[in-house]
Structures are given as C-alpha cells and as structure tokens.
Design a protein. Structure first.
Length: 304
C-alpha cells in the first residue's frame, strides 16, 4: 500500500494542461485568442471557420451548402500573402476590422508582432466593415484581391456558413469531422523546432486548443481513445495530416520552413496534432487540465 492510500487519500492523476485557445472566424485569416470556450457534445469552437473567401471560379450556395475541397477557397496553402492581413471579428455585431502592418504596406513584409495583433496596433489602411451587408462584403473582397494580386484570377466572394456547415478542412469526413476541434501538443512543436534548428511558431498549425505537459508526439497514439479537456470529455478521432499552409510564417506571410519535408524526414510522416470530438459540455479555459486517455498516463511529462 502506498503512502497516499495509507493516508486515506487518492494520488492526483497525471495531467497536462491547456495553454491557449483560438478560433478562426475567416478561413485562412487571423487567429483570435479566447479567454474561454464553451464546449458542447459534437460541436466545434463557437465562431470557428464561419466565413470563407470562395475563389473566383468557385460555386457555393449559402442556402444549400456542400462540402468543397479547401482548394476552392482562398487559403494559406495557395495564398501565403493572406497572412499579411490582420483581422478581428465581432460576432455580435458582424463587424470585421482589418488592415496591413505598416512595414507590409511598404515592403511586402510584416514585422514580427505576431499574427494575433489586433487591428489598430501598428496597422495601416485599417477598415471596419459589416459582413452582414453586401457593401461590407464587397469592401473586404476588393481588399483581399488588392493584397493577393492577379494570381488570384479575379475577385473572391465572401461566403458564410449556415446551419451546421463549417469551412473546416475535414468536412468531407461527415458532420463529426466537420465539427472536430483541433489540438496541438506544444512539446511536439518544440521537438520539431529542435530538429529543424530554428523556432517554429505553433500558430503555423492553426489549432483551436494548444496543450503542454504531454510527451512529444504522444498525442498521435490517442486515436479512438477518450481524454479530458478541463471538466469535459472528448474522443480523439484521428491524427491531423498537414499541408503546405504550415510552410507560411504567420508573422511575415513568407514561406520559410519546409514543414512537410521536415516532418517526413525526421519522423516518417507529415502529421502534427489530433482532431477530437466533444462528448460532454464544459467551459474550457487556459490553465485547465488535460487528462490523457486511460492507460496513457506515461504520456504526461514529469513535473507537469
């Protein structure tokens, strides 16, 4: 019998922790840090991937949405300059504020103030538009076209998700995957950075939940297992395959690290992170515990 049992207490479970929470209101655009997230069974982070910019030759009906490949929309995989636009969305009013960093306006480079910088902080040509109006949507579309240039092939069209539709990369897998929440283990990103030999910004992976205190890459073995996110329970669905969007530096909008090549050459795969589906509801906040699946307690780093 161990000391905790003799004392009539139960040893504390091994846990990691939730570090940061994000949503991405517009597909491919600025991540927005959140102080808390209400989680509900089978649902995604509220306000996540609610809008997208359809490419000029993409047909999409908001009233009768269909799942389309992500290549049918403006996105970082094809359009790295999109990272130069910093945006902030107010879902209550429908107002989107956006602009370019001053250095980007003159040189095409964004200074290292981070992709989560709020409009007005060192930005120029700042706009504030109502996405509920045709005029507001048109102003954003024209702005994006001006930043991306002729390579886009014409003016994009802002489209909104209605009902259960979301502009996630996993929608083809059905409703559960369309509303999956993406989780990134920061220890895995640090391990990758050591292999690469330079810092790797975790926001390259555009996750909703960033966790720490878990052994590098342990999360890749959680598929099909239940885990705890704060007071909520979730099930890991699958590893997250990565695309060329990760090569784009979220601060500069420049492709500067061949993330896919580095993953493949160092680990023999191009996955980073896991998708989870929520089983119960709770309010999740940074600092909340991350409880690994039963039988995977060894995945927690000592001292976490």
């Amino acid at each position: 019998m161990d000391a905790s049992s003799e004392a009539g207490t139960t040893a504390s479970p091994a846990v990691g922790r939730v570090v940061r929470l994000f949503r991405y209101p517009l597909k491919g655009m600025t991540p927005e840090a959140l102080p808390e997230v209400p989680l509900h069974p089978g649902d995604s982070v509220p306000g996540d991937r609610m809008f997208a910019l359809a490419r000029p030759d993409t047909m999409f009906d908001e009233e009768d949405p269909e799942v389309l490949p992500k290549t049918r929309f403006v996105m970082l995989q094809k359009d790295e300059a999109l990272a130069r636009i910093r945006s902030s969305f107010d879902p209550a009013s429908g107002m989107l504020t956006f602009g370019l960093c001053e250095q980007a306006a003159h040189t095409g480079d964004v200074p290292g103030d981070g992709p989560a910088a709020r409009p007005g902080d060192g930005l120029v040509d700042v706009r504030r538009v109502d996405l509920n109006t045709p005029a507001g949507r048109a102003e954003l579309e024209d702005y994006v076209l001006a930043v991306l240039g002729s390579r886009l092939g014409g003016r994009p069209r802002l489209v909104a998700a209605r009902g259960r539709h979301r502009f996630t990369d996993t929608g083809a897998g059905g409703d559960t995957f369309m509303h999956a929440i993406s989780v990134i283990n920061l220890a895995s990103v640090r391990d990758l950075a050591e292999r690469v030999g330079e810092p790797v910004d975790p926001l390259r992976f555009r996750a909703n939940v960033y966790i720490d205190g878990i052994a590098p890459w342990a999360e890749l073995g959680w598929a099909g297992m239940e885990l705890g996110l704060g007071a909520a329970r979730a099930r890991a669905l699958a590893r997250t395959p990565r695309c060329a969007a990760t090569t784009v530096n979220p601060e500069t909008g420049i492709r500067d690290i061949r993330i896919l090549k580095e993953l493949s050459s160092n680990y023999g795969h191009t996955d980073c992170g896991v998708y989870v589906t929520m089983l119960t509801e709770a309010i999740l906040r940074p600092g909340d515990p991350l409880t690994p699946p039963d039988g995977r307690e060894e995945d927690v780093l000592c001292g976490s």
